[in-house]
Design a protein. Structure first.
Length: 78
């Protein structure tokens, strides 16, 4: 399990102990209050020892609504 920062419709920053490589493809699965969110992403930047910035390349159609609902809930809470 990893801490997520800066979640947006386009991607996120995730804390990761291991370092990825720019251009590496990643599969993501979140289980949040709104339901499951499965996505594919690509590593856009790496901060060694901190984590990686990921850009979503695909979000399953059935999970896109959950992602939108999650983002709306987070905006209301801040």
């Amino acid at each position: 399990m990893s801490q997520v920062w800066n979640l947006s419709p386009g991607g996120l920053f995730i804390e990761a102990r291991g370092s990825g490589s720019v251009g590496e493809k990643i599969k993501l699965e979140f289980l949040v209050q709104e339901g499951q969110i499965r996505a594919e992403a690509v590593v856009r930047h790496v901060q060694p020892g901190r984590g990686v910035g990921l850009k979503f390349t695909a979000v399953r159609n059935e999970d896109r609504l959950n992602l939108t609902s999650l983002l709306n809930r987070l905006r209301r809470a801040s």
